[in-house]
Design a protein around this ligand. Sequence first.
Ligand code: NAP
Ligand code: KPC
Length: 520
Amino acid sequence: MNTDIRNEHWSIHEWQNQIDELLEVSDQPHALFNINEDDTREYDAIFLGGGAGGRFGSAYLRAMGGRQLIIERWPFLGGSCPHNACVPHHLFSECAAELMLQRTMAGRLWFQDLTGVVTSIKDVVDVFRKGRVGPHAIMNYQSKEQLDLEYVLNAEGTIIDPHTVEVAGRRFKAKNLVLGLGARAQMLTCPGAHLKGIFSYESLVEDLDYEPGNTVVVIGGSKTAVEYGCFFNATGRRTIFVVRTELLKLIHDLETRGFVIDRMKEQGIEIWEGSEVEHFTDNGHGHVASVQIRTPDGIQTVHTDFVFAGLGETPNSEMASKVLGVKIGAKNEVLVNPQLQTSVPHVYAIGDLIGGPMEMFKARKSGTYAARHIMGEEIAYDPQDWPDFMHTHYEVSWMGLSEEAARAQYENIITIKMPPDTPDGLDVALPASDRTMLYAFLEPRMSGFQKLIIDEASRRVVGAHHVGYGAKDSFQYLYQLMKQGLTIDQLGDMDELFLNPTHFIQLSRLRAGHRKLKNL
Ligand code: NAP
Ligand code: KPC
């Protein structure tokens, strides 16, 4: 069944109900067509996939006077971010931070004593499931009523050729095709990997229908594994990370990485590096009962009914490769040039489909850059350079060079650190700022860590690292300034909204007067 919704003007709440119903009966095809039949222009682009890349690319193309069409298999726009990726991850990470605070402050002030209390994972997953169509509805409403985008929802599009896509029995033609087909969780292949109770970020929010027991095995050592694993740990469960090489290799600054890992260990997380799962055993009812793990010290068996695998993502490039013959890289990513063009003329690719970093900024920005190129602008997109972040129980943000890389590249490196290097170690009451005040006063060693790295000769900031709360947003702007050559003097001349979460402005101001820079 297809429904023409062009003349429906559903409110956000009405959209919520529609999406809920469509998600419930996903086995019956029911496409929603929002096509402007009065517009006789040829489409400038069909965006196959209505995630962040397709939606932002469409909005930009439309804003530039072009005509676009999004085709999306889910009954909503916005893609995996609000459905099973960044939004639930942020919810879980917020819970991890709240629970760590609660457990750390137990018995003090108004904090309950949670000693020995294991909180529900399923309840938080249920909170997410119950609320997730809220953002979905906003995306559909905004795209139709405010951005004037054309779209077909809840129907899988099939690529026919570089100018044609078929969806729900109709064929649409466009001058260009923009592929934004996303990526999917990579799964284990060892014996028993099919058992119930072994989750990815995707299946966790779809399938969790029981309360996990008190031991969790997390496989993987990068962002997804760590973010979810820290949440499971914060609920009070024994949490074991099984990492085949090393944990958090992506945080290059060794001191920052060390601080992050030490705080994870302090929370009781067990980290088994150089270890791999050999197989899972069945409890007799198709559910995981134990995990056999090959560690440097021999085989270990962990009894658990709950395993989480954060093994990275595989781009959904199969259809484009098979039908169009677009060139694919070693990790299944669609290869593109800086104009986001694939190897096939008139076919662009954006977002997670073109490989890492699979970050929201890249999805949205690559979509808009493809749109701009289609509309005749000269653009060159370079996603290799970006400020980065992830969550443990904290927010961890970094930009530019690690101290080690900076020392290798420049003759003299100055660092500004909080807490400073003194015999007192971490047990001092700084850094303190929003969301770390209670730690600063009651458990100083947990209030965070920050480091600014400066090339002495040019006085330029070449790297910054932060573990705490609140720095993520400022790093996005500081990074742009840093790329333009931000000096300690300019940083020290900015106005900080006190208490400033990075402290870098105030600390730079203290040092900026020095002709000969010194560590702080
Ligand atoms: P990732 O960064 O690609 O890392 C994959 C992890 O899984 C690595 O630790 C890897 O181990 C391990 N691994 C892969 N295959 C394995 C196997 N067969 N057996 C055991 N371990 C295996 O993956 P991710 O953390 O899932 O992130 C995926 C993408 O999403 C990235 O582009 C990331 O930027 C993005 N993301 C971002 C955030 C954020 O907060 N900014 C959050 C989640 C995801 P080795 O390294 O030891 O080989
Ligand atoms: C709630 C939220 O902003 C996350 S969902 C964003 C999807 S999109 O606007 O299409 O990038």
